[in-house]
Design a protein around this ligand. Structure first.
Ligand SMILES: Nc1ncnc2c1ncn2[C@@H]1O[C@H](COP(=O)(O)OP(=O)(O)O)[C@@H](O)[C@H]1O
Ligand SMILES: [Mg+2]
Length: 391
């Protein structure tokens, strides 16, 4: 089955589409990446997403929901045409959507009980209508309804693609937020541990953007951070954040580590008279420490570590990670035959495939859900496709 996975992450840098050939049943799948297309958002769209995620009105959320549905549709069509695949050959789309709010902390509502919520936008009806392809979306909600955090969901695919028989491996995604998946050697899916370790590119991007008044949106290549010095006092302040000391299961996002957090960090940096370069260097070491510190929550010391996500392009961050894990071997997903940029999109193709095949793909030990669930909501494609799926 050819499936397209779509991912628009918390960094709001763009949307990635992965065209994937998936075969097999249960947790025994053969997964082959046929191609990938990344569409960067214009600064205008990125600013709109960031605005909506922090303080959007209902009207703005409503409008952006459909606007992103259109952008996602175009991205799917471009991705499949670049792979030489026709829309009729694609059986399914798995669209993560753009997270605009993630509230996994339980809140008690009188007369109802405990509530946890999350919201990913990018209207699946628009995607199914424009492409004619059955679309699975809203993957996180069902896990939340089952008492979980709804995140992280990529560990399932980390397990399928990166597990090893004889060595424990950690897989780390360096996205807006960083998350780690610990895969004990030779163990089953239920033994996997994973959680969001804390902020990653989201923090670095916000510091650069605020300090340059929006002239720069990222520290490309980590060039600024490369010229900076780590400030021990600020590092200690950063490491004291309560989220970092919470026991997993845990997940986080812009609500905790968005713009207002970046402004607090900047205020701390100004008090200490730090340059932007020093601030970014300190930020990179901070991120590497929060990832290495994941060890405190597991007995599974890794034999090696595989990294993916946009953060692998930041040379300073990479150098800090290499040092933090020394002498363990570290490699990127590109190095081991996968793709740094496409992996998360590929993961949502796999999750959509499992939805349609009725396979539970949350990992309750990871998300904290009370039981395994089938993730996602299905929006039928054109009539032929809908009939085929008996929808
Ligand atoms: N060439 C680069 N140099 C430095 N950082 C980069 C580079 N390319 C991407 N990044 C960082 O990676 C981020 C995007 O990573 P991504 O894995 O797409 O995260 P998300 O899943 O949150 O969207 C960008 O916002 C940027 O901070
Ligand atoms: Mg991204």
């Amino acid at each position: 089955m050819i499936v397209v996975g779509l991912m628009s992450g918390t960094s709001a840098d763009g949307v990635d589409a992965a065209v994937v050939d998936i075969r097999g049943t249960g947790h025994r799948l053969r997964i082959k990446l046929l191609g990938h297309y990344g569409r960067s958002y214009s600064p205008h769209i990125q600013q709109r997403i960031l605005h909506v995620a922090e303080r959007g009105t209902v009207a703005e959320v409503c409008h952006l929901h459909t606007l992103l549905g259109e952008v996602f549709s175009k991205t799917v069509l471009s991705a499949i045409s670049r792979c030489g695949v026709k829309p009729a050959q694609v059986k399914l789309i798995g669209s993560h959507g753009q997270t605009v709010h993630h509230l996994p902390e339980p809140t008690v509502e009188r007369g109802v009980g405990t509530i946890r919520s999350t919201l990913q936008i990018g209207n699946p009806a628009v995607i199914a209508e424009r492409t004619g392809i059955t679309t699975v979306s809203d993957f996180r909600s069902r896990d939340l309804a089952a008492g979980g955090e709804g995140a992280p969901l990529v560990p399932y695919t980390h397990f399928l693609l990166f597990r090893q028989k004889t060595a424990t491996r950690w897989v780390v995604n360096l996205g807006g937020i960083a998350n780690v998946t610990m895969i004990p050697c030779g163990e089953k899916l239920g033994a996997v541990q994973a959680f969001d370790t804390g902020p990653c590119n989201m923090l670095l991007d916000a510091l650069v953007s605020v300090e340059t008044q929006g002239r720069m949106l990222m520290d490309r290549g980590g060039r600024l951070a490369q010229r900076g010095q780590v400030h021990a006092g600020l590092l200690k302040w950063l490491l004291a954040h309560p989220y970092l000391h919470r026991h997993p299961p845990k997940s986080t996002g812009r609500e905790l580590f968005g713009e207002s957090y970046a402004r607090k960090v900047l205020a701390q940096a100004r008090r200490r008279r730090l340059s932007l370069n020093d601030l970014l260097a300190t930020g990179c070491q901070f991120i590497a420490r929060t990832i290495r510190d994941a060890q405190q929550w597991t007995k599974h010391e890794p034999a090696d570590v595989v990294f993916g996500g946009g953060g692998v392009c930041n040379r300073r961050l990479w150098a800090e990670l290499v040092e933090m894990f020394d002498p363990l071997p570290v490699q990127t997903m590109d190095d081991c035959g996968s793709s740094n940029q496409a992996f998360e999109a590929q993961a949502f193709a796999v999750l959509a495939y499992q939805t349609i095949h009725g396979v539970c793909a949350n990992v309750p030990r990871v998300t904290g859900a009370t039981h395994p669930v089938i993730l996602g909501s299905v929006t039928p494609g054109s009539c032929g496709a809908a009939k085929k799926w008996s929808l």
